[in-house]
Design a protein around this ligand. Structure first.
Ligand SMILES: Cc1ncc(COP(=O)(O)O)c(C=O)c1O
Length: 401
């Protein structure tokens, strides 16, 4: 039987989010409704819902239009003919990126394989390969050096049995990003031994603090045929409630193999979800939604910066450059506070929800908490105000580690 360790961050979210008054732990850009989605269109005859469509299973791999819209997200910038083109056939729809990651790993990883995984990151990316019998090496980054990945370290980690390198760009929980140069370096190393590279890109392209010229491309744009990306409607497009994600790869046989495994768990993704996602990713709407979330992220990050600057005596951070999350370290008298106790006491006292780093991202992240700052601005402001009150009145009683 497969042994799998508990998925700490998902369990924490499940336990705390239903009763949080101010949820500033969420990783999605503030969610939108069907009405909000409708308002993106200038044409009232276009609707994300169709009440007359018969609810069959629909297209098994996801509708052609949806997959074409997704393929377009990987189109090279105009004028760049060097990148490989992604088409609808390179895309497989899944119920969320969580399923996309699982399915891809289930399809490609076998007992005895060696896997290298970016760290800290979303636990699924290392715990699932481990549960499948892989030997996983964590490619660690640290806040001390700005969460940078070191390519020399990666080179030294690769073994003859290395099957896959897994990265996350932009990154949860740190809000760091991997530059084009480092992505290219990863591919150079992978290419030498035909290693698969999986990049979880659910937060791409929320590069809110980078000049557009610095935006790294998708891993797929670098043209290595053993690269695979996963993405979803949850974070960038504010539609976590439709549970729709995807796997995309230049390597058609990877998509075929994943589709064959997927037949056992997912006949098709809900037609209703497919239609809503198709509407949101229509070129007439997707840019508007992305702009809304880039603006929201910029505005809210400014508010969060103001908070951190005013509380330098208790916390510090590496300013996030992309994505929706920041990893903040709390300390007192030069020692990390117990982040689990901090989150529990804060939510009990003020109803503000955060995620403890040590519990959800690894033992070494003592004193760290993850904040999801691309919430509704008002929720972030009130949540931070309440957190400030808590720090004034109760921080002294949070235990140290
Ligand atoms: C890095 C990463 N990948 C995948 C997921 C799953 O997202 P979803 O299944 O909502 O698409 C998450 C959710 O937090 C995430 O942070």
């Amino acid at each position: 039987m497969v042994r799998i360790v508990p998925f700490a961050v998902e369990q924490w979210m499940d336990e705390y989010e239903t009763w949080a008054k101010y949820n500033i732990a969420e990783t999605c850009s503030a969610s939108i409704s069907i009405d909000d989605l409708r308002s993106l269109s200038d044409d009232p005859s276009r609707d994300p819902l169709s009440t007359s469509t018969k609810l069959t299973y629909g297209a098994i791999r996801g509708s052609q239009t949806l997959r074409s819209h997704i393929a377009r997200l990987y189109a090279p910038p105009t004028g760049d003919d060097s990148s490989t083109t992604v088409s609808a056939e390179n895309v497989l729809i899944t119920p969320g990126a969580i399923q996309a990651n699982f399915l891809l790993l289930y399809t490609l990883i076998q007992p005895g394989d060696h896997v290298v995984c970016h760290y800290p990151t979303y636990q699924q990316l290392y715990s699932v390969p481990e549960s499948l019998g892989a030997d996983v090496s964590l490619w660690k980054t640290s806040g001390e050096d700005g969460w940078k990945l070191d390519l020399e370290e990666l080179k030294a980690m690769v073994r003859p049995s290395t099957k896959m390198i897994i990265v996350n760009n932009p990154q949860n929980p740190t809000g760091a990003f991997i530059s084009q140069e480092v992505l290219a370096g990863i591919i150079d190393i992978a290419r030498q031994s035909s290693i698969y590279v999986l990049c979880d890109e659910v937060y791409r392209p929320l590069f809110h603090s980078l000049d557009k010229t610095e935006w790294p491309p998708s891993l797929l744009s670098l043209g290595y045929d053993r690269s695979i990306v996963t993405g979803s409607m949850s974070k960038v497009f504010s539609l976590a409630g439709i549970r729709l994600g995807w796997i995309a790869s230049l390597h058609r046989s990877i998509i075929e193999d994943c589709a064959a495994a997927r037949d056992y768990t997912t006949i098709s993704v809900s037609q209703v979800d497919d239609r809503i996602a198709t509407f949101a990713l229509d070129p007439l709407h997707a840019g508007k939604l992305l702009d809304r979330n880039l603006q929201l992220a910029k505005r809210n990050l400014g508010i969060l910066k103001g908070f951190i600057d005013a509380h330098r005596d208790t916390c510090d951070w590496v300013v996030p450059r992309a994505g929706t999350t920041a990893f903040i370290r709390f300390s007192r008298d030069g020692r990390p506070v117990d982040d689990v106790a901090l989150c529990q006491m804060l939510q009990d006292s003020k109803g503000v929800m955060l995620v403890p780093g040590r519990r959800c991202f690894g033992e070494e992240f003592k004193g760290y908490v993850r904040i999801g700052y691309v919430a509704e601005t008002e929720v972030l402001e009130t949540g931070l105000r309440e957190l400030g009150e808590f720090l004034k009145a109760e921080y002294a009683s949070v235990p140290l580690i």
